[in-house]
Structure formats: structure tokens, C-alpha cells
Design a protein around this ligand. Sequence first.
Ligand code: AMP
Length: 189
Amino acid sequence: MNIVLLGAPGAGKGTQAKQISARFGIPQVSTGDIFRAEIAGKSPLGLQVQEYVKSGRLVPDALVVEVVSGRLAKDDCAKGFLLDGFPRTVGQAEEFDSYLASKKMSLDKVLYLKLSEAEAVNRLLGRAKIEGREDDNPEAIKKRMAVFTDLTEPLIAYYHAAGVLETINGDATVEAVAAAVSAALDAAR
Ligand code: AMP
């Protein structure tokens, strides 16, 4: 199955992605994780993206699409993939659609984890204490929320129109969200 997980920062994408990945035997492809690893390794890509990631701005579309298409070309993605944090703009979604079409592939489901903003900010500030992510400080969180509203939210209408969107209440407990996600994916199989 080819799945996209969509949601505001703090919606629980990473947590749910790990569970889906284990249950359906498909790799979790997180652009945020890829970028953080490249930054930690001080690779040329890492150096290119570090200022964006640190401040909560989006890495330019062309660069992200290149990273994702390179990752999806690997053998472990042959039976499907779970994208966590990509696409983040309509531009990325359109380029990604062209990529999928060129490979004769399509998306089975786009899961939108819907979260209230107050709950998202609470969770992110809680996570900052545990994980120490550099972009979980009040200023970067504010920026990431604004980026989500302005650039990523339009994807909800985009994928709704494509007939693949499934909205899930992300304010619920991790277990309840996981159950809803599993039900949605079982129905799509
Ligand atoms: P995440 O872990 O998904 O919250 O991503 C952390 C940061 O990585 C984001 O705030 C962006 O700076 C960058 N990033 C991750 N995915 C994308 C994407 N699809 N497009 C642009 N920037 C991204």
C-alpha cells in the first residue's frame, strides 16, 4: 500500500507512522527524519537544509521531491511506503503525482490526522522537553503552525478531490487513533 500521513506538527504522525509501518510491513519515509539525520551527519544535503529545519520553514520543493523520489526508488519501498511529512505543499503534491504516474503507481490512502491547534502546541512543548528537537521552541513552533495552515492545509482539499482522503480525529488517545487508522487502511486493502 502507498500511504501518505498528513497532519499539523504535533498531530502524532511519527507515532502513528511507526505503528502502521510495523503492521503493514511497509517502510516509514519521514522527510523530517531524513533531514535531521543528514544535518547530524553534516552532509552536503544536511548543510543545505539545516537553517530551514531549525527555523521551522519549509525546505524548497524541488530539493524535497528529489530526496523523496531517491528514497522511494530503494528496494524496500517496492511493496509500498508510508510517507510521513511529505508532501507539505500543493506544489510537492503535484510533482509527486507526476512522479507516481511516471512509475505507474498511485496513492491508496491519504490519512489526515486532524488536531486542534491548542492540543498541538501543548504536545509540541511537551515533546521539546523529552526529545530536545531544535525546532520545538515557541518561535519555531509558531512558524511551523503558520506554515501548516498556509501551505499544507490546502492539501486536504487536494486529496479530498482525488478521492483518497480519510480524516481521523487526532485529539483522541494514541490507541484510539491507531485503531481508527487501522480500520481505514483495512478498508482500503
Ligand atoms: P517534521 O519532522 O516532519 O516536522 O519536519 C521537520 C522539518 O523538516 C520541517 O519543519 C521542515 O523544515 C523540514 N521538512 C520536512 N518535510 C518537509 C517537506 N515535505 N517539505 C519541506 N520541508 C520539510
